[in-house]
Write a protein that binds this ligand. Sequence first.
Ligand code: CA
Ligand code: CA
Length: 182
Amino acid sequence: MYVDHSQRGITLIELIVFIVIVSVGLAGILSVLNLTTSHSADPMIRKQMLVIAEGLMDEVAAQPFTWCDPDDPVAATAINAAACATPEVMGAEVGETRGGVVTPFDNVNDYNGLAGITTGITGTAMPLGYSSAIAVAQDALGPGVAAVPAAASLRITVTVSFGNENLTVEGYRTRYAPNSLP
Ligand SMILES: [Ca+2]
Ligand SMILES: [Ca+2]
């Protein structure tokens, strides 16, 4: 009988060696994947942080950016901060609170330094474990000579924390309507 040794196929030993090598390789890859997954941020938490940050950003950016505090009688007519009895200065004016009934925050800059935020503006609790802080700073916007000057441009920074995870969202608000009251 004629046997063609060039087509002898593979032996059982060779097959077993092949299976062992592939198994070891796969185990290595899977353990790396497992490590990556367990050390990356929980996507649900990241998404929740982003939703909270964007909600706060909307709340702050929707506030007026006027020369005078809106409670000032000349707020709707003043042509600069010097014309105000109560100019809008960085941070909350006396007595102002976020969502307050009598004197609520009424300008973008009133939110500067607000920390430990765990509720919406109406007092509704946010999901447990999340806490936010807001910083507002003057910051010129745009390139060179075409820049919006710092006095007319505010950078809003919202930071949301959950455990030791932090997420920061930044936005700009310019003074496009200095006499527009809430
Ligand atoms: Ca104010
Ligand atoms: Ca203020």
